[in-house]
Design a protein around this ligand. Sequence first.
Ligand SMILES: [Zn+2]
Ligand SMILES: [Zn+2]
Length: 349
Amino acid sequence: MTDREKTSAIHREISALGKNLKERYPILKNQNAIGFGIFTFAIAMIVLAAWAYFTGRAATWAIILWIAFWTSILHELEHDLIHYLYFKNNRFLHNLMLLGVWIFRPLTLNPWLRRHLHLYHHKYSGTATDLEERGVTNGQKWGILRFLSTPDLILASVLNSRNMRHEIGQLYREGKFSKEDIDNLRKTSMFGFWPFGIPLHLVWYSFVLYYLVLGLTSLMAIQLTPPAWLQSYIGFVTPLVVLLIAPNLIRQFCLHFITSNMHYYGDVERGNIMQQTQVLNAWWLFPLQLFCFNFGSTHTIHHFVVQETFYIRQLTARQAHVILHNYGVRFNDLGTFGRANRYKGEMAA
Ligand SMILES: [Zn+2]
Ligand SMILES: [Zn+2]
């Protein structure tokens, strides 16, 4: 069997799993209502945590982890919305949901701009032009820089921007990017992290710097009293850090770590889905999967069956894994960490 034949067999068999499930439980056919229900419930859980924080009813660390979990579900909804799986024919509700999942995950790229990058990702996953995955460190050699830029999209793009700009120009001249791709990239780099991302990253860096300086000076037994305006600024931004920034950084670390290592990079045959991803579901990854809604286990299924919602994918994952395994899709290929995510082996330049 060729890879193309395997791909269509996997697509057929996994699609049937979802279809059968919906025949057995017809309630699952109410896709828009289910999506909207999950959306409102997840946001309600985050608002509940904010209430618990402001009334002092729960420990700060518990609030941060709780919100990180619910934002991981909002990420799945964003991804489904990018594929137009909810309210395709109701622009108002569709865009309202996209706005909602962005506001509660405000460190991320504008989802309307991400859509172009993501649909592109499906076509050319694992190649040089797959900037969505490369933007979250896929294909880089493992080290301290990759570790630091794993949760932080701004840091990752700053560290990469000089090389990337050159490379993107080159790829455009080679005809691998269209004019439309370049226009979208330009918009993404100028507006993608406004109005939320850039200001909130600045808040985060100032917050870290403040406590770093206080910590270091107290270690050196230096008495340092920050000016009143600075103290009140930190008091003002602390709820933002607890309720939005810290949970999303944790979630993004988990998601980006998993996604950038379950996608292959560099020596993937253009358009060959069999080579694009592996299933990453080793038991010890559980703490990371918890904050990216089991992404390592289910995203490979998505590459084969794009038009299915995340909750159906979760419900049928166990049977889908058997199918993937039978056709030779890789599972828990941990060698990827040493190969900078190359599919075949030795790392090219
Ligand atoms: Zn997708
Ligand atoms: Zn993917």
